[in-house]
Design a protein around this ligand. Structure first.
Ligand code: PHE
Length: 349
């Protein structure tokens, strides 16, 4: 790979820490985007990539999204993210050893960066990291004194975002009978489906993992949508809860939804271009970093500030609802697209 000077300049972050892990043939990349509000925090994403350049770019993009999440709700944290780029599959022991070395890496960052779980890592993994890198680890299991998975507060936040988006479109928050299409039934998507189902919404879901599809096949209340039909399935609100970059010039013209609100990070492949395309198609877009901030907000409030779980879930939902109402109204009064309005709302644009 070549170091892309332009891409790093465009990112505008504070530091990139790149560590080659020879034993696991992996790369550890920690992107510290912004520590003006406080130390950086963000999850550890562990997966394979095409090459190091793609992994570094993902770490940069994800860390910038974390800055926006904390700024939106005015919390004293900055944006950071770690990507562990696996170049080959690891057995349980090799993965465990890699986690120990990742812990050492985080410890050496000396509080510049606090880690939590993300795609490819779990609260159990945070327990392992904590053994080496305490106190810089969030979201450990309840058994070891943590507050568990960040997926639950994330899902509550997306739920609030869907209600606020529905209100922007239809003038009310009543989801009864409304069709919500969830892309990705992982930890966040499946919990979100339960919350929506309780409100009487009709759940359509798409999922690429055959085991997850099989485990949901008994749920006759949920309707499965094949991945190739995903973008042209009629629905009220589309909720992307898988990987990013899915909203682009190929997919947006096919969409048959009225609004979008989902947990995935960095949904718009090119934010400036694709927010305009969504507008041209009359689709109300709830900016991803607002929809998905409930995990980071919830866990840092519980573990950093000792606020009880139920109160945190309330606060997450209220904050996201309030932020989206503010952003939608700012967008219309100041004639801005919602992404610009969201930056301005967060004091970052
Ligand atoms: N995965 C979370 C996110 O993308 C990151 C996180 C979890 C940060 C828990 C802090 C604590 O927002």
């Amino acid at each position: 790979m070549t170091i892309d000077q332009k891409a790093i300049e465009k990112w505008g972050g504070e530091a990139l820490h790149i560590r080659r892990d020879g034993e696991a043939a992996a790369w550890i990349i920690t992107a510290v985007h912004d520590t003006q509000r406080g130390p950086s925090a963000g999850g550890v994403r562990m997966k394979s990539y095409t090459d190091l350049a793609e992994a570094v770019q993902d770490a940069m993009n994800l860390s910038a999204a974390m800055t926006m999440k904390f700024a939106t709700v005015r919390m004293p944290w900055g944006g950071g993210k770690t990507v562990v780029y696996l170049t080959r599959p690891l057995d349980a022991e090799a993965r465990h050893e890699l986690l120990l070395r990742l812990g050492d890496h985080i410890k050496k960052l000396n509080g510049q960066y606090y880690a939590g779980p993300d795609i490819g890592t779990s609260s159990e993994d945070m327990d392992v990291l904590h053994g080496v890198a305490a106190p810089y680890i969030f979201s450990r299991t309840a058994a070891t004194g943590g507050s568990g998975s960040s997926s639950v507060p994330t899902a509550y936040g997306v739920f609030a975002a869907i209600r606020a988006t529905h209100k922007e479109i239809y003038g009310n928050e009543d989801l009864n009978g409304k069709r919500i299409l969830i892309q990705g039934m992982g930890n966040v998507g499946s919990f979100l489906a339960k919350l929506l189902h309780k409100e009487g919404a009709t759940i359509l879901f798409s999922e690429t993992n055959p085991d997850t599809v099989a485990s949901l096949s008994g749920k006759t209340d949920y309707r499965y949508v094949a991945p190739e039909d995903l973008f042209q399935t009629p629905c009220d609100i589309f909720s992307p809860c898988a990987q990013g970059g899915n909203l682009n010039s190929d997919t947006i013209p096919r969409l048959l939804c009225k609004g979008i609100a989902g947990a995935a990070n960095n949904q718009l492949l090119d934010p400036e271009e694709h927010i305009r395309l969504l507008q041209a198609h009359n689709i109300v877009y709830a900016p991803d970093f607002v929809c998905s901030l409930g995990g980071a907000m919830g866990i840092t409030l519980m573990e950093g500030d000792g606020i009880p779980y139920d109160e945190v879930l309330e606060r997450v939902q209220n904050s996201i609802g309030e932020a989206l109402r503010g952003i939608f109204s700012m967008a219309s009064t100041e004639k801005l697209d919602v992404v610009r309005a969201a930056y301005r709302y967060a004091g970052m644009g």
